[in-house]
Design a protein around this ligand. Structure first.
Ligand SMILES: [Zn+2]
Ligand SMILES: [Zn+2]
Length: 326
């Protein structure tokens, strides 16, 4: 299990390659013709849904102990740690004159998703009502970016090195061998809890393209140090512990299309229940979600619908006993 020890992080940005399949506002442009279709009435993980290249090895099963004390069988899922179907980045805009194509997004849990363009950088002092924000060189217009491994790790610590206050924080995935492989044990059959379990500081689940779904980004600590832990347009960034990881659902990984117009599956929670996109195909959000953002239907059984990225979370709590990350 990994705590979210490092605050921030992001990745490679200077190449300024727009994440393929994701527009700058975070919506997906994935071609739906080749998407897998699931229509299982049994809640639980469909191993066929993982994208080719998402896994570092084939899925197996082994005995496991869940968070509620249940001894059962878990899938052993070794993820590659980089998105199999998406270029990562860009993250921080290079200058205050950059447009949204050259940067990713930022969200702080207040509900909004901001494009990381030059205007956003200039407006930080107003946005957060604190004149100590100055994330750029006023003479050149260049944005202060952590452009070495030493700098990114000093800025990504819970106690940010004061030298890196007023920086847009980026860590290149190249510092971490191109991705951090992790092994997740997720129950083959979810075991419902009598009362939900809260989200703590360990990962919430896994995406179908091979990346962990992280707990909420610690935005108070990030903003308190006058830093922005830039996300790319898919809601992910890089840190030294987990490599590339997602903090919000932006549509990029919703590839498990449902036959009945229900939202598509984007991944699985650590309790084995599916996490679907927030909205159904007709653009509506289910109205009967519980506090964990889950509900039950005859086609899928119990499943979650992701929150909006602006809420800085995927699900509100766990409805089932969780497996572990090794
Ligand atoms: Zn993070
Ligand atoms: Zn649903």
């Amino acid at each position: 299990m990994f705590s979210h020890k490092y605050l921030v992080l992001c990745g490679l940005l200077f190449a300024a390659i727009a994440a393929s399949g994701c527009s700058s506002d975070g919506t997906t442009t994935t071609d739906s013709s080749a998407e897998p279709v699931t229509n299982s009435s049994t809640p639980g993980l469909d191993t066929d849904l993982f994208v080719s290249g998402a896994l570092a090895s084939g899925i197996t099963t082994e005995p496991c102990l869940l968070s509620g004390g249940t001894q059962t069988t878990c899938y052993v899922i070794e993820i590659a740690g980089v998105p199999a179907d998406q270029e990562i980045g860009p993250f921080c805009p290079p200058t205050i004159f950059s447009d949204a194509e050259l940067g990713g997004i930022w969200f702080d849990g207040g509900g909004d998703v901001y494009d990381l363009d030059g205007d956003f950088i200039v407006n930080l002092a107003n946005l957060y009502g604190d004149q100590n924000w100055l994330l750029y060189d006023p003479n050149s217009g260049d944005v202060n970016i952590t452009d070495t491994q030493v700098a990114c790790e000093a800025a990504a610590r819970p106690n940010v090195d004061p030298e890196y206050q007023n920086h847009c924080v980026v860590c290149s995935i190249d510092y971490y061998d191109g991705g951090v492989t992790q092994t997740l044990l997720i129950p083959t059959e979810p075991v419902a809890l009598s009362s939900p379990d809260s989200i703590r500081n360990t990962d919430v689940g896994v995406s179908l393209n091979g990346v962990v779904l992280a707990p909420p980004a610690p935005v108070d600590a990030i903003l308190g140090a006058y830093t922005i832990a830039a996300f790319d347009d898919c809601g992910g960034h890089v840190n030294p512990v987990e490599g590339y990881h997602y903090h919000g659902a932006t549509g990029c990984t919703e590839i498990g299309t449902q036959v009945d117009g229900h939202a598509a599956t984007l991944g699985y929670a650590m309790d084995g229940y599916a996490i679907l996109g927030m909205l159904n195909e007709d653009g509506t959000e289910p109205t009967d979600l519980d506090g964990c953002r889950g509900h039950t239907d005859d086609t899928r059984g119990y499943h979650y619908h992701a929150a909006s990225a602006g809420e800085n979370m995927f699900i509100g709590c766990f409805n089932g006993e969780q497996g572990t990350i090794q």
